[in-house]
Design a protein around this ligand. Sequence first.
Ligand code: FES
Length: 176
Amino acid sequence: MDTDIVAEDQAILDDIALRLSDFGRERGNLIPILQMIQQRHAYLSPGSIKMVAEYLEIPTCEVYGVATFYNQFRFHPPGKHHIKVCLGTACHVKGGDIILENFERKLGIKDGETTPDKEFSMERVACVGCCALAPVVVVDEDVNGHVAPSKVEGIVLGFQIEKERQEREKQENESG
Ligand code: FES
């Protein structure tokens, strides 16, 4: 698994190295380069940030500084399942922050991060437009309304059970 992840990271860096030559080495190209990486790979890895800094001959911390200033950039790969916990006013009032904490505890990651196995990523978001259902959690494309903090465990468990089922099915098929 770890070797897969390393190989994947290397593939991303190889791809970025190829694309960088489309850009001049002037500092003004920093944001367009970061946007290109985000668009192609959905996040900016530490390795890609270092590569951009070397290409433009500017300090890595400057690249980080610019990238963190704009919230369009992500620093972790998106998980297979992406969880958005609404913390708009209506959801916050109804305990959205407790739901966020429960997801953080259950998954062992913080807002904006991805689990090491890349199964789950999570972020807090502003109002998703269905305040009558507060508190709201959007998992992949599904809107979950009136989410009690105790439901968090069940949401995560549902995906884990489904993953185990698929793996079992795959093993059975492989063994004929
Ligand atoms: S505040 Fe959460 S949906 Fe509006």
